[in-house]
Design a protein around this ligand. Sequence first.
Ligand code: ZN
Length: 92
Amino acid sequence: MGFIQIHILHHASEDSVFGSWMLDELKSHGYNLSAGTMYPLLRTMESTGLLYREDRNVGGKIRKYYKTTPYGEKVLYEARRKAYELFKEIHN
Ligand SMILES: [Zn+2]
């Protein structure tokens, strides 16, 4: 589980997210991902059960929204715990 995935799980647990929103969000944290990386990543996280997808019609276009599943919440909880442990250790 990488930082990008943890970041996605975190935001998708607070509210539904979609690809281009997530790209902007990560950009504000200094990650420059391309759409060609983000969309397959979201699909993979969906197929591994971390996210579930909800298609919504936005002005005649279907937009895929993702939300963290209960399993994803468990993975996020564990990742948060480990990230905190690491933070405590490397932060002097
Ligand atoms: Zn963020």
